[in-house]
Design a protein around this ligand. Structure first.
Ligand code: NCD
Length: 349
């Protein structure tokens, strides 16, 4: 394993991640990527530890990826689904978490439709003085740190497969296109990509990208973390974030294009005239990619609305699409996060 810089007990947000922490995750994930290419893909690292996947909201890839990552590290896994749990009998979220604590859970991986639930559970675990780590697997519109890290890893390993590191993205142009307002993935990506020195260009219709969006998220993070206002913080004014209400300026010479799903389940009003018009104006197609750097690559966190935010043919085109590599990278990155949280626990005991 690489030498690590890691003092974190929970992973709830990327807002206060330092460059050293990003690089630790990238290098650790690269080691696990190598493990996953072997015939025997399992290591005994977290033997005896319990990882509980507490998913209060639907998920395919994040949940399976965390489960596989925990199993590849030889941890015991517990899976929880809200619809078949005692929550249907009135149990609260904190009581559910304490039930898993009483069973000896070491790491709780939590997804919830409300922003702040993983933070609340982490605060309760800290208050109880227990060593349980909490990993945010997506909370409302707030953050999805493991997705942000796997997107970062996917891009960095494409540039330098042997030594993925944050600095590789310095000066690259990255467009994030789509339903930014409702996207926790976009928020986590904004933190990691701007910390790398990339130029991040957001593009969406004004209803999905309010004018004050950038100020709002930077201010929110500052209010929530004292770490951010220190001078050593990665959240410096040097972060480059641009907002566009048209697609073309964001795509012009872009090195990477990240597309996002229209999150209809989070839309409280009719924010778009029609899906057809949205696809015409903001849908990513091979033709529109001609504006980008010729080596441009396209990402999408999934699940995809084919033919809406991205054309079906582009999604399946291995020349441009990194969508399958994102899913593959997800397991190595989640192994890295579980390992970093789990092994720090062992040292403290
Ligand atoms: C995303 C999520 O759930 O936030 N998907 C994922 O975790 N891979 C994005 C989405 O739902 O559109």
């Amino acid at each position: 394993m690489p030498t690590t810089t890691w003092n974190r007990h929970h992973v709830l947000s990327l807002a206060d991640f330092t460059a050293a922490e990003y690089n630790t995750v990238l290098q650790t994930a690269a080691s696990f990527q190598e493990v996953l290419s072997r015939r025997t893909k399992k290591v005994p690292t977290l033997q005896g530890q319990v990882v509980a996947n507490l998913f209060f909201e639907a998920s395919t890839r994040t949940r399976s990826s965390f489960e596989l990552a925990a199993k590849r590290l030889s941890a015991d896994t517990l899976n929880f689904t809200a619809s078949t749990s005692s929550m249907t009998k009135g149990e609260t979220i904190l009581d559910t978490a304490k039930t898993y604590l009483a069973m000896g859970t070491d790491i709780m991986v939590i997804r919830h439709r409300e922003a702040g639930v993983p933070n609340a559970i982490a605060a309760e675990m800290d208050r109880l003085g227990v060593k349980v780590s909490v990993l945010n697997a997506g909370d409302g519109q707030h953050e999805h740190p493991s997705q942000g890290l796997l997107d970062l890893f996917t891009i960095c390993t494409l540039i330098d497969p042997n030594n993925p590191r944050l600095e590789l993205l310095k000066g690259k142009k990255i467009a994030i296109v789509g339903d930014i307002l409702h996207s926790r993935v976009a928020r986590s990506n904004i933190w990691s990509l701007t910390a790398s020195g990339a130029q991040v260009h957001l593009a969406a219709p004004p209803t999905l990208l309010p004018k004050l969006f950038a100020e709002y998220i930077f201010e929110e993070a500052e209010a929530n973390s004292q770490h951010l206002i220190t001078s050593s913080s990665p959240q410096s004014p040097n972060r480059q974030l641009f907002i566009h209400w048209q697609l073309e300026p964001a795509l012009q010479d872009a090195d990477f294009v990240m597309t996002l799903r229209l999150q209809k389940e989070r839309m409280t009003a009719h924010l778009l005239p029609s899906l057809r018009e949205y696809h015409q104006l903001f849908g990513i197609t091979r033709t529109k990619l001609q504006l980008c750097n010729p080596n441009v690559k396209v990402l999408h966190p999934g699940p995809v609305n084919r033919g809406v935010e991205i054309s079906s043919e582009l999604m399946d085109d291995p020349e441009f699409s990194l969508i399958q590599s994102q899913v593959t990278s997800g397991v190595a990155v989640r192994m890295a996060l579980l390992y970093l949280l789990g092994s720090s626990k062992v040292e403290r005991i």
